[in-house]
Ligand binder design. Structure first.
Ligand code: PLP
Length: 384
């Protein structure tokens, strides 16, 4: 007899038994069990997919067939479409000098190092910021420590925190009063290290963390501050040094993680910048660093060139001005948002991120498209 796995809905168990009793003569029992459980798994997954489709939140992936930029080509569309959903904040992803730097690195260093690691000076480099976030908390914090995390932090911070054994506190989004209450609790439990973890700029809404207040609380309760700067590095703050610079807090943030995969050329890569001892320890203990391949040289060269361009031309970050380029368009209904996004294809898409490469004309066209589809879907009326 093959034992049926628990936790599988009854009708799948029946299907399983049918598989076994249909007499597939050329299979041994194990093979039958294996193919049967594969079929069951397929059905379970199919059911989950149909639930997403029924909820109207299924995301179809579009295949980009051109370079990244304000206007792109997408498979299945003959006309170019305006692109407002890239993290290409400074428009450097297709900058000729960035591309040239990548090509040169390919010639001088080859396609990859086929080995685990090479060292980047003042910080530690990972294959992505997701990895940097996954590899930090476990190394820094143990079970006696506490981590206090904004409830809307990026998934990679949440996952990184899950991997460590510290006591977890989740404070309400941007709510420094709630953060203080939780810090007091961590102090009352005598947690030796207390780490406040927040996105510098939150990816969905472009909200900026209240860093001055957070730093004051950190001083008061002897906590450390960690920020994820993926949506700030290179373009936010007067010279593009991010949220810390935006608030004039230079030096008060203890640990910064960020990505090379957005404003800095947009290829891939992430890093942790922080105290030398922490970086040294991460090199010894951080699992995504130790057990994953290094970044390929052309990727590093493109990011280095993007940094050079930003350092040489401080007007580049200023193009972003004071407002953050993420502009959420809130429709209040996930199904409606998906329909709206589908309708927008051919004009622009729904999660709006403005890049330095967009012209005012591009932005006017996107706004016109929003108005047109808004009227069509009866969300927007002429008197609005
Ligand atoms: C806030 C934040 N942190 C981390 C990441 C992950 O960055 P990467 O693409 O380098 O893994 C993202 C990517 O979307 C992000 O938005």
């Amino acid at each position: 007899m093959v034992e049926l796995k628990s936790g599988i809905p009854l009708y799948f168990k029946i299907l399983d038994i049918l598989y076994l009793t249909q007499g597939q003569g050329h299979f041994c029992l194990n093979q039958v069990a294996r193919s049967s459980s594969a079929a069951v798994t397929r059905l379970v997954l199919e059911r989950e997919l149909s639930q997403i489709k029924d909820a109207g939140t299924y995301k179809s992936e579009r295949i980009i067939t051109s370079k990244q930029g304000a206007s792109i080509k997408v498979k299945g569309q003959t006309k170019g479409i305006l692109n407002f959903c890239a993290n290409n904040y400074l428009g450097l992803a297709s900058h000729p000098e960035v591309i040239e730097a990548g090509k040169k690195a390919l010639d001088t260093h080859g396609a990859g190092l086929s080995s685990v690691r090479f060292i980047c000076d003042a910080a530690i480099l990972y294959a992505s910021c997701f990895d940097a976030n996954a590899g930090l908390f476990e190394v820094l914090l143990n079970e006696e420590d506490a981590v206090l995390s904004d409830e809307l932090n990026h998934a990679s911070i949440i996952d990184g925190i899950r991997l460590c054994k510290a006591k977890r506190y989740r404070y309400k989004h941007l709510d420094v009063n709630d953060l203080e209450t939780q810090l007091k609790d961590a102090v009352s439990k005598s947690c030796p290290k207390k780490l406040i973890a927040t996105d510098g700029v939150f990816s969905m809404d472009g909200n900026v963390a209240k860093l001055p207040e957070i730093c004051d609380l950190a001083d008061k309760y002897e906590a450390l501050v960690f920020i994820d700067e993926c949506h700030a590095t290179g373009f936010f703050g007067s010279t593009g040094r991010g949220t810390e610079e935006y608030f004039g807090l230079n030096g008060r943030i203890d640990i910064i993680n960020s990505t090379l995969g957005k404003a800095l050329g947009g290829a891939a890569g992430g890093y942790t910048a922080g105290p030398q001892e922490l970086v040294d320890l991460l090199r010894q203990r951080s699992r995504p660093y130790l057990f994953s391949n290094t970044l390929p040289p052309p990727v590093v060269a493109c990011a280095s060139k993007a940094i050079d361009l930003i350092m040489q031309n401080t007007d580049l970050p200023k193009k972003g001005d004071k407002e953050h380029p993420i502009c959420p368009v809130m429709l209040g209904d996930a199904r409606l948002a998906t329909t709206f996004a589908d309708e927008m294809l051919g004009k622009a898409r729904i999660r709006v991120q403005i890049s330095a490469s967009h012209s005012e004309h591009d932005i006017d066209r996107a706004v016109d498209a929003f108005v047109e589809i808004g009227r069509k879907l009866k969300i927007l009326f002429d008197n609005h």
